[in-house]
Design a protein around this ligand. Structure first.
Ligand SMILES: [Ca+2]
Length: 345
């Protein structure tokens, strides 16, 4: 009797286990049979700034239902997912992650285009000859952005992406031109146009070159060079002369934003000069002009002046120049107390 009861207990246990296994089998079977087939999401990931697909970038697309996918080299992706309301997360190292909700139907393709906002800025550079204001198209110019590893070699124009927001230091060089260093202030998710005006090396008679560049506004800034002894005044109305007095010449007067506006001096005898920039069009404040003056002597750049952050007026008094010593002395003040007209020639 005792053995029989024990035997009955064991067989009942086996039956329960078998029953459970059977039920589980049915459940698994039903899950696969009854569950509706997956749907598909086909998408393209764009850069919100350039509107171009993020080709070749490392960007992941996930919906929480699986491991997710990485976008392809053409910026597109294909994700198989259970049907229903899905929340996609799209993320990449250089972009703000984005989530979006969409409805996926079984066995159907849902197409999406997603724009990601970059965490970086883009500089569209124009490389010009500072004396002619023409694009340098006959030879490559090397462009490097300090501390970023970014560089490019190009003629005429270039586009550099992934520039960290803040102040970027650009270094440009090309045969026959003085190397140029320029600070560019760039914001996150900003495309900024910048002029890079390279000064040709000075030839025999030339002693000093002054290159003015600025931003989009004001449209028209003007260079003024004033000889304090002879009262000779070189500016857009009196362009001067290289080989005769005043031995200074306005190479280029730019009137439609960015510059370059360039002056070259040839005088070697002792003379004192004042150099000013005037906010001619005046539709916006000098301090926001991003104006910059580069001064070159025979051996290359001797000074770089950036528009002061303080001051009020339409004149920027930049520096004085003593042609005997070759000394360029900084003034760098914005004010209105300039009367060039007195005694000028
Ligand atoms: Ca001008």
């Amino acid at each position: 009797m005792t053995t029989s009861t024990a035997s009955t207990g064991i067989s009942t246990g086996i039956k329960v286990i078998l029953g459970l296994l059977y039920a589980a089998g049915i459940g698994i079977y039903l899950f696969f049979i009854v569950r509706p087939p997956d749907g598909y999401i086909v998408g393209t990931v764009l850069n919100s700034l350039t509107k171009e697909p993020l080709a070749g970038e490392t960007v992941f697309v996930e919906d929480g239902a699986g491991p997710g996918v990485r976008i392809g080299v053409d910026g597109t992706f294909f994700l198989r997912t259970p049907p229903g309301e899905r929340t996609l997360t799209v993320s990449g190292e250089d972009y703000e992650a984005q989530t979006l909700s969409l409805s996926v139907e079984s066995k159907k393709f849902t197409t999406w285009t997603i724009s990601l906002v970059p965490n970086y800025g883009i500089v569209d550079g124009e490389i010009k000859n500072a004396v002619t204001a023409q694009f340098i198209t006959d030879q490559n110019v090397s462009v490097q952005v300090a501390d970023t590893g970014l560089s490019i070699s190009n003629t005429g124009r270039f586009r550099l992406k992934k520039i960290p927001p803040g102040n970027a230091t650009f270094r440009l060089s090309s045969s026959g031109y003085f190397p140029l260093v320029k600070s560019v202030r760039i914001g996150k998710a900003e495309i900024k146009k910048e002029i890079f005006a390279l000064s040709p090396e000075l030839t025999n008679g030339e002693t000093l070159r002054i290159v003015l560049v600025w931003g989009e506004r004001p449209r028209d800034l003007d260079s003024h060079l004033f000889n304090t002894q002879t009262k000779e005044h070189v500016f857009y109305k009196r362009k001067g002369n290289k080989s005769l007095p005043p031995n200074a010449w306005l190479d280029i007067d730019d009137t439609d934003s960015f510059g370059p506006e360039t002056l070259t001096l040839t005088r070697t005898a002792g003379a004192q000069y004042n150099y000013y920039v005037y906010n001619y069009s005046g539709e916006s404040d000098f301090k926001t002009s991003e104006a910059e003056v580069n001064v070159y002597a025979r051996n290359g750049q001797v000074k770089r002046f950036q528009i002061p952050a303080a001051g009020f007026g339409r004149w920027w008094q930049v520096f004085t120049y003593d042609s005997s010593s070759g000394r360029v002395s900084e003034i760098n003040k914005i004010h209105d107390n300039v009367k060039l007209e007195k005694g000028e020639k």
